[in-house]
Every structure is written in C-alpha cells, then in structure tokens.
Design a protein around this ligand. Structure first.
Ligand code: F6P
Length: 548
C-alpha cells in the first residue's frame, strides 16, 4: 500500500486543486470561530492550527489518509512494544522510558520496566551525590562542573533540556557540552575548568563514534595529567549499550549506565542520556519531564485522528510537503531558553525521515523528510523572516511560545508574545498592494510612485503556521513538547511508508574519513582528484607549520 496510490490521496489532490488559490483571509472571514474549530489541547499544550490552508474538509480527508495508512494500528504497535526498525533488527520502544505505570512493557516478549526503573534509580543516586556534594573527586574535592561528551542524539537532547530548564538549576552545578571533533570546542571548555572538580560523562550508545572517542581521550589525558593515572575512577562516567568498550577505555563498570538497543540515539533523552539534565535540575524534576512526555504518549495512544495533536501536526506537514511541494519547514521558538530546539528537531526529523526508499526497498516517487531549520524569535525577525514573508518559497512555520515568562522584568515577555503573534498574523494575512498604495497616497505620495513602492512593500500572506503554546516552560511541558514532535515524526514515517528509525545515510562519510586520515598520513589511498588535491593542500599547510 503506497500512500500516493490510495483513493484517499487522490481525493486530497482534487481538494488541493480546489483550495490552492483560496486565501486564508477568506477562510477567517467565513468562520468567526476558526480558532475554536482548528485548535487542540493535550498534555498542557495548546496547538492553534487555524492559520493553515485547510478547511474542515481538508482535515477530514487528511485523517482518512492516516486511517488508510493504518496509523491507528501502528500507534498501537508502538505502545505494545511491537514496532520494529527492520534494517537494524531492533525494536522501537523509547516510550517505555517514560512509562510510570506499574504495567509491564514487553519488548520482544521481555518486560523492560525493571531495567528502566533500575537505571532511573541509579541515575538519581549519582545525580543526588553530585548535587549534594557527596561525590568527591580523586583529590577529595566535590564536583562543580559536569562535561557531557557526546554527539548527535548523545548531545543535542541533553544540551537542549539542560539549557531549556536553566531556571530550575538549583544545585550550583555547571553543565557543559562538548560534541565537535574540532579541538577548539573541548579546549575552550577545559580552559575554564579544574580537573579536581570536573566530572565527565561519555555519552555514546555505540561507544565507537570517532568524535566522542577522540574528545574522551583528550579529557582522559587532561584528567590524568593533573590527577594521576587513577583519575578516571572518580571523574568519568559512561552511558552506552556497549559496556565492554567503555570498560576497555578505562571507565569503572559501576560508573557505566546502560542504554538499550531499543532506544534510538535521537530518541534517547528520556534514558540515562538525560543524566546531565537530571544533575542540573534534580531527579524529581527529571521525573516531571518524563511525566510530561507520558501525558503526550497517553494522548497520542488514545485520541482519535481528528483530535490527536501529533497526528494533526504530521498531517499538516504532509499536506504542505506532498501537495504544496514545500521544501523546508521552520521551527521558531519565541523563548531564548529553547534556542537548542531547532537543532534538536533537525536531527529528530531529518535523520529519521530523510529517506528515499520505502520499507520494502522500493524507491519513493514522492517527497519525504524536509529541511528543518529555525532560530529563536524575535531574533529571526531581524535576520531571516524576510524570506518567510516575501520569498518565493512557501515555508510552513511552527511558532512555539509560552504564555508565562521566567524573566523577572515585567515588560519583556508581553513584547515577546506580541512579536510572535504578529508574525503569524502577518504570514497569514499579508498586506496587499492596494492597501499600501492608498495609505502612501493619503500620506501625500504621488500616485505612480506609490504604486511602484507598494509592489515592493506588499506581502502576499496566505503563508501557513501553527502556534504551539503552554503555560510556562517547565520540565513537564518540555517533556510533552518533545514527545509531541517525536510522535509527529513517527506518523510521517508511517504515511510515507519509510523506516524512520535507521540512519544508514551517515555511514559512508564515517568510513571515508578513515581512508582520508590514512591518505593524510601518506598511506597511499585510491582517491579522486579533487580529494587528492585537497589532501595535498592540507599537507602543504601542515608542512609550513612544521617548518616554522
Ligand atoms: O552518526 C549518526 C549517529 O549514529 C546518530 O544517530 C547518533 O545520535 C549519533 O551518531 C551518536 O551516536 P553514539 O551515541 O553511538 O555515539
């Protein structure tokens, strides 16, 4: 069953043709209750999707498409522990990580809940020891700084959550994140720290990621140089599915927290990978974070398609990607604390759904994952929103804005919210030439000049956006928000018929890096002329440094 061969898809195509030239202004003029008709609430989040190019019929047809693609059954499979990532022969069961009920969660027939609860308890013990200054380093000092070394899902999630929940940091522990293999990254972090007071968390599901291992080796040498050979015992933890590799690296077995094969890297923030965030905010608040995700899980598992927030988000994205042929999607958090969200969602969505083959190996003949990008508002308004308003591409937007602030300044948040709402209004409503030209003439401009200027100033509008809001950015709401996007990505993958849970596309680059490293050190490698030229240019520069 290929989604674009289904009668439900054809019905949507016909509907698209009928709706393509309708301006959202008309839709709002025709329905004073459009906000009520096109908004949903779940897990403390409100999704206003009224500023989309949809009617009630569009939503009905999109939901029929979801039904025809068996989305409800696949959601059941996910929560029953029956959903598989076949190309890696793994189950997909990250939702078990936030199951707080006393119910088993069977993955391949085995209840994983005892392990999940054990690890959560282990994390809590470690976090509390560090927070209460009971975790002493090799020379008897307590820990003031935690450095997470990881990349991709082993970095973006913990970095996002730790920063987003900064107002809840209450133990005076500073968390740092090193991901890039560029030595400037680790060097700049270490330059501010003292080994006696620093604890490293080496976060790597595979414990074979080149960047992470090189950074971990640098950290190890930095520790040992000052604290001696046995420093790792009190200054390094690991989180991995490959305990033996972490032990070979020199990390004490009791300081290695497990990660299971059924947790994909980009879905792992709910696991021990979340440890830096737990250290910063405390175990109780970390459980609230899990609880928020669980609330979204319940909503996702139990709500019909029409009222299902992740399903609606996914269907709207498919409406634009597959019918309006959009090529990118902007995520614009109006909350400085969420500055890491666009990067987190880039990995979540682009690594999951950047696929060109269906589950059965056939090539797709439709668009799948799109480019996700974004930046915080209101900064983006003075940098990139020009293209959203007047560029030639249609780019759907998610605005994310909490209703209450964490600042103590009174006036800022009101302005932030007003900026956010005005952007979605401008995208939807636009400003037409006649209105602008009339205003310019009223202000005294010559009619011909006003017409030309109005052409440049006009904003077409009819550009879609969702607004996702909630009371305040708290651990619970953040959990719900991240789970919302995870499930959106899941539904997209089901409808497109692709495997959202592998990432084979990143492997070739990894193996080529090894070949190029050999070429750089002069071990004759068969390489193309361009790469050969660049390697030679690199060697030339290295030689100059050596000769200095
Ligand atoms: O190379 C891609 C990737 O495997 C991501 O999927 C993952 O989040 C990241 O690298 C880090 O992997 P690991 O946790 O195994 O170091």
């Amino acid at each position: 069953m290929v989604f674009n061969r289904l009668p439900e898809y054809q019905a949507l195509e016909a509907h698209y043709r009928a709706l393509a030239d309708v301006h959202m202004r008309q839709l709002f003029e025709g329905d004073a209750k459009r906000f009520e008709h096109f908004s949903l609430q779940a897990a403390g989040l409100l999704l206003d999707f009224s500023k989309n190019r949809v009617t009630k019929e569009s939503i009905d047809l999109l939901c029929q498409l979801a039904e025809a693609c068996e989305v409800p059954q696949k959601i059941k499979d996910l929560f029953a522990g029956n959903f598989k990532n076949p190309t890696e022969n793994r189950f997909v069961a990250h939702v078990a990580l936030r199951n707080s009920q006393d119910t088993p969660f069977l993955v391949s027939g085995r209840d994983v809940m005892p392990d999940v609860k054990d690890v959560l308890a282990q994390m809590s013990v470690i976090a509390d020891q560090i927070r209460l200054k009971d975790w002493l380093g090799a020379t008897g000092y307590y820990i003031t700084d935690v450095v997470n070394i990881g990349i991709g899902g082993s970095d973006l999630g913990p970095a996002l959550v730790t920063e987003a929940l900064r107002p809840y940091h209450d133990a005076g522990i500073h968390c740092h994140f090193v991901s890039n293999i560029d030595g400037v990254h680790i060097e700049s972090v270490l330059s501010k720290l003292h080994p006696a007071r620093t604890l490293f968390i080496i976060a790597s599901k595979s414990f074979s990621t080149q960047e992470t291992l090189l950074n971990a080796t640098t950290a190890k040498e930095w520790l040992q140089k000052t604290l001696g050979k046995n420093a790792l015992a009190r200054h390094m933890l690991a989180i991995t599915s490959h305990m033996e590799r972490a032990m070979d690296f020199g990390i004490e077995p009791e300081h290695i927290l497990p990660l299971w094969e059924w947790v994909g890297g980009r879905f792992s923030i709910w696991s021990a990978i979340g440890l830096p965030a737990m250290i910063a905010i405390g175990p109780a608040r970390f459980r609230e974070f899990l609880q928020g995700a669980e609330e979204m899980d319940e909503h996702f598992a139990k709500s019909p398609m029409h009222q299902n927030m992740p399903v609606i988000l996914a269907l709207l994205s498919i409406w634009y990607i597959n019918f309006f042929s959009t090529r990118s999607y902007a995520v614009l958090p109006y909350q400085q604390l969420l500055s890491g969200l666009p990067a987190y969602l880039q990995q979540a969505e682009m690594e999951s759904n950047g696929k060109y083959r269906r589950q059965n190996g056939d090539l797709v003949d439709y668009q799948t994952g799109t480019v996700i990008w974004g930046t915080t508002g209101s900064n983006g308004q003075h940098a990139v929103h020009q293209l959203l308003h007047q560029g030639t591409q249609l780019i759907p937007v998610d605005f994310i804005v909490p209703m209450l602030s964490h600042d103590h300044l009174g006036d800022h948040h009101r302005h932030l919210v007003a900026n956010c709402l005005s952007q979605s209004q401008a995208l939807m409503y636009g400003h037409n030439e006649d209105e602008i030209s009339k205003k310019l003439v009223d202000e005294g401009m010559d009619r011909e000049a006003s017409k030309l200027l109005a052409k440049h100033r006009a904003i077409p509008g009819n550009r879609p956006s969702n607004t996702i809001t909630f009371d305040q950015l708290s651990p619970r709401r953040l959990g719900a928000l991240l789970a919302l996007y995870e499930h959106k990505i899941f539904v997209q993958g089901i409808i497109w018929g692709i495997n959202s849970f592998d990432q084979w596309g990143v492997e070739l680059g990894k193996s080529l890096t090894h070949n190029i490293l050999k070429a750089i050190s002069g071990e004759g490698q068969e390489i193309d002329a361009s790469t050969k030229g660049l390697v030679a240019y690199y060697q030339q520069h290295q030689q100059q440094v050596t000769n200095r």
